[in-house]
Write a protein that binds this ligand. Structure first.
Ligand code: CAA
Length: 254
């Protein structure tokens, strides 16, 4: 009996921030579901580690070292992918993101610029470059998935820069969805909460304790009934998993 066709077989997916956290988990899941994965990260060692962890049947995976804040680097990325796979990626997941936390009254201008550049401009550059390649290829389909954050919707103490960037990602995605629907390209944002990743591991223990207790979520304006408890592993640092899907023009994209 022939093996069942996997959900994403014959798809080519580009995942930025593929070297760690949510980006790495996305690469692993996509590979498991049959996609070929372009693991994109600025950190070669981390991206290579992800590559080694990917399951592979027929599909091919590859690492691309890219600075998402540079249009030159992003253009090279998409050109290199097309050269290697003979087609543009039909799925792009924008996971590359950083935090430089600090209270508003103390925040340095550089900390604001740096976070906006990676999280918002990086998402714009990858979205634009992949969309151009898809339109030029005449594929008439594609999917761009941007990683926002629940704190971009409700705000968070110490994250004026990060929350502004993530709110910007939602607006960018909505506009992209409206413009790209005519080319069959869907654009959506997901809004994760505090997920057990290296990014959250940097949060001071006292803040994590309040997140875990639910008090922080109350401050964030999130009801307990909206939570998925993610502490089955017993991991000490594992916080609540709160994930919302922000609908961004999916109706236009049908
Ligand atoms: N409102 C206003 N001020 C507050 C406050 C609040 N809710 N909570 C605390 N403060 C005040 C404190 O009272 C204290 O005031 P005083 O100096 O007058 O005593 C002041 O803030 C300083 O507190 P800290 O000692 O904690 O200050 P710090 O400068 O060492 O650190 C911080 C501040 C960088 C914000 C630190 O607390 C921190 O890293 N917090 C975590 C931020 C966070 O939640 N990050 C999430 C990262 S994960 C992620 O982003 C993924 C995602 O999508 C969710």
């Amino acid at each position: 009996m022939a093996a069942p066709t996997l959900r994403l077989s014959s798809r080519l997916a580009l995942v930025t921030g593929g070297g760690s956290g949510i980006g790495r988990a996305v690469c692993q899941r996509f590979a498991k579901d049959g996609a070929s994965v372009a693991v994109v990260d600025i950190d070669e060692g981390a991206a290579t580690e992800t590559l080694r962890s990917l399951s592979s049947d027929q599909q091919q995976h590859s690492v691309f070292i890219t600075d998402v804040t540079s249009s030159k680097s992003v253009h090279k990325l998409v050109a290199d992918i097309q050269m290697q796979f003979s087609r543009p990626p039909c799925v792009a997941v924008n996971c590359a993101g950083i935090t430089v936390d600090g209270l508003l009254l103390k925040m340095q201008e550089e900390a604001f610029d740096q976070v906006l550049k990676v999280n918002l401009k990086g998402t714009f550059l990858v979205t634009q470059t992949v969309a151009k390649a898809l339109v030029a290829s005449g594929a008439k389909k594609g999917s761009i998935i941007n990683v926002g954050s629940i704190v971009g919707k409700v705000g968070n103490v110490g994250q004026a820069n990060y929350t502004a960037s993530k709110a910007g990602v939602v607006a960018l995605t909505k506009s992209s969805a409206k413009e790209l629907a005519r080319f069959g390209i869907r654009c959506n944002t997901i809004l994760p909460g505090f997920i057990d990743t290296p990014m959250v591991a940097k949060v001071p223990q006292k803040v994590l304790d309040t997140v875990r207790s639910g008090r922080r979520l109350f401050l964030l304006g999130i009801g307990r009934q909206q939570l998925h408890h993610g502490s089955q592993s017993g991991s000490d640092r594992r916080a609540f998993h709160v994930t919302f899907k922000q609908s961004t023009g999916s109706r236009e994209n049908k």
